[in-house]
Ligand binder design. Structure first.
Ligand SMILES: Cc1ncc(COP(=O)(O)O)c(C=O)c1O
Length: 290
């Protein structure tokens, strides 16, 4: 779905992208035009300073790309910041490209923010079946936008990329969306129980990890405080214990420096107990080395 940026940007344009991010959020615009990064502040619970976005705007800026709840940090900006961003984009006539794939699974549902496509005439909301709906195998996603001319261009580009989606997937996606309340309730309750277990886990190892509960989504981005570096830890974990965590080097940005002592942990699946128990056993065995 990020390929949509190929319709919205051309080589003389400039885009602003929030960092850290999902890889396509910066690699796709970087293939097309100049891109500036604006960082979420790790030391302020991933605070986004809208003033920094404004400072990055140039005469040729065309698009601002955001993703909240954010992958990998789990951060959500306050509604006030979202409204400030919309006002800023309106003032400079910019697209607000908003990746909302983790929307609807906020840790506290009251922190849900406005969908870009609802709140702004040049807002472009991206969503998929894979996250809140828990149906990644369908490979169905969509873009919402008030600008019907842009939507037509996007549709034409989509036809160029693939003639059509898998029809069975489309049928299943429609069934899922019609039953969204039931599906979301199931997934929210799974996430709530998993998150409580992840929270308990980290509270057992305060000397090794700095952990804060993510605002939303199904991933968190704690700091590793131990010895040897996070890449080594992740490597040993996958090799010796079959546990897959993503070190922050995976989230390195071409645009600016990013934290290098963190890892992404997912908690969206059933059966997290087994993973956490294996992680505990690994840490207990290695406690002299970490
Ligand atoms: C922030 C973000 N956007 C988009 C996607 C793409 O979703 P899909 O796997 O449905 O293509 C992902 C998948 O991990 C994601 O984390």
């Amino acid at each position: 779905v990020y390929a949509a940026m190929r319709v919205m940007l051309s080589k003389d344009d400039h885009a602003i992208v929030v960092v850290p991010n999902y890889q396509a959020a910066e690699t796709i615009p970087l293939e097309i035009c100049a891109v500036s990064g604006v960082s979420l502040h790790a030391d302020k619970n991933w605070f986004l300073d809208v003033g920094e976005i404004e400072a990055a705007v140039k005469p040729n800026t065309k698009l601002v790309s955001i993703n909240f709840p954010n992958n990998p940090t789990g951060a959500i900006i306050p509604e006030k910041s979202m409204q400030d961003l919309i006002a800023l984009c309106r003032k400079h006539d910019l697209y607000l490209f908003s990746d909302e794939v983790y929307r609807l699974i906020e840790t506290d549902q009251s922190s849900r923010i406005t969908q870009a496509a609802d709140g702004y005439e040049k807002g472009v909301s991206l969503n998929v079946c894979s996250k809140a709906y828990g149906l990644p195998g369908l490979r169905i996603g969509w873009i919402g936008c008030q600008d019907t001319e842009l939507l037509q261009k996007l549709e034409r580009y989509k036809h160029y990329l693939s003639i059509c989606n898998s029809a069975p997937s489309e049928r299943l996606a429609v069934i899922a969306l019609k039953n969204r309340d039931k599906i979301l309730e199931r997934n929210r309750s799974l996430l709530k129980s998993n998150l409580a277990q992840v929270d308990d886990f980290f509270s057992e190892y305060p000397h090794l990890f700095e952990w804060t509960i993510p605002d939303g989504g199904c991933v968190g981005y704690p700091r590793f405080l131990g010895r040897g570096g996070i890449d080594n830890l992740c490597h040993s974990l996958i090799e010796e214990a079959g546990i897959l965590l993503l070190p922050s080097s995976i989230y390195k940005s071409q645009l600016m420096a990013t934290p290098s002592d963190r890892f992404r942990i997912g908690f969206g699946r059933k059966g997290i107990e087994a993973g956490l128990d294996a992680f505990r056993a690994f840490l207990d065995e290695k406690h002299n080395q970490l």
